[in-house]
Design a protein around this ligand. Structure first.
Ligand SMILES: [Zn+2]
Length: 280
């Protein structure tokens, strides 16, 4: 049986294929990031669990420079405009992220913690109940199912007005014991469905609906960015170029040197390393 060719797969399909083959013991499993440059870098949101530290980006067979890593407790997104959501938006707009993946994990302690247990632990840490909001589940985004949490997060990201409609939003779950990745939400499929819905006119208000809580009229756009007030307010003078005497021949501009020819030998594929060395 022939191994499937990566060329027919989109980035995350190739990632999951390579990951599954590596977990199954295939020492040749891997992917060539050069084949997927239109989809890189990726932006990933994972949990803060330290057991994940050794998995990323190795388990995805991606080089570190193509992996923009956001983390919060439980890889939770509480709204389409939340703080994490804003970071995802900036990861795409400022750092050039092309695809987004929310990656939950098995045995997540957030999923095992009830609101009552959390209250007890916060109390033990000296946190006053009266300072906390009434609905802790809603406030912290506590969930009972890692899979449902990923689906919910993907839904928030997909419909967030801060994320471009052409950015695929994937949901994955990683097995904390084996490093095996599984699909929860195939972002290529949901993207195609969203395009179809918009084309048929059946669902065009999705993004607008999330603006319900957003007071557009109250938005202010100060000219200064945070921290910019501390910068010197005077413009920095530009150095004056030396005057060229009339009639003199200006010196020739330096010519760019010819770039070296591109090497034709492709680099070896990056192999997923789903097995981590140290255990906690
Ligand atoms: Zn977790």
């Amino acid at each position: 049986m022939h191994a499937p060719s990566f060329n027919f797969m989109r980035l995350f399909e190739a990632i999951i294929d390579a990951n599954h083959r590596a977990v199954a013991g295939d020492a040749e499993a891997g992917l060539h990031p050069d084949d997927f440059m239109d989809s890189l870098p990726v932006v990933a949101l994972t949990c803060i669990d330290p057991r994940l530290n050794g998995y990323f980006p190795n388990a995805l067979a991606l080089p570190p420079e193509q992996f923009i890593w956001l983390r919060n407790a439980g890889n939770i997104i509480t709204s389409g405009l939340s703080s994490t959501m804003r970071s995802l938006a900036l990861a795409c707009a400022v750092k050039g992220g092309r695809e987004i993946a929310v990656i939950g994990h098995t045995d997540c302690q957030v999923a095992k913690t009830t609101a009552m247990a959390l209250l007890e632990r916060l109390k033990a840490l000296g946190v006053d109940r009266s300072k906390l909001p009434e609905n802790l589940n809603e406030f912290f985004g506590i969930f009972a199912s890692e899979r449902q949490n990923v689906i919910k997060a993907c839904d928030f990201v997909r419909h967030s007005p801060l994320i471009g409609p052409g950015v695929p939003v994937h949901g994955l779950l990683i097995d904390i014991e084996t490093g095996k990745l599984d699909w929860v939400v195939n972002g290529y499929d949901t993207l195609a469905m969203a395009v179809h819905k918009v084309a048929s006119g059946s669902h065009v208000l999705g993004n607008l609906e999330t603006f319900k809580d957003f007071e557009m009229g109250e938005m202010k756009f100060p000219e200064m960015r945070i921290g910019e007030a501390a910068m010197p307010s005077k413009p920095v003078p530009m150095p004056t170029p030396p005057a060229i005497p009339t009639g003199a021949v200006p010196p020739p501009l330096p010519q760019p040197s010819t770039p070296p020819p591109l090497k034709m030998t492709p680099p070896p594929p990056i192999k997923p390393h789903p097995v981590y060395k140290s255990r906690y």
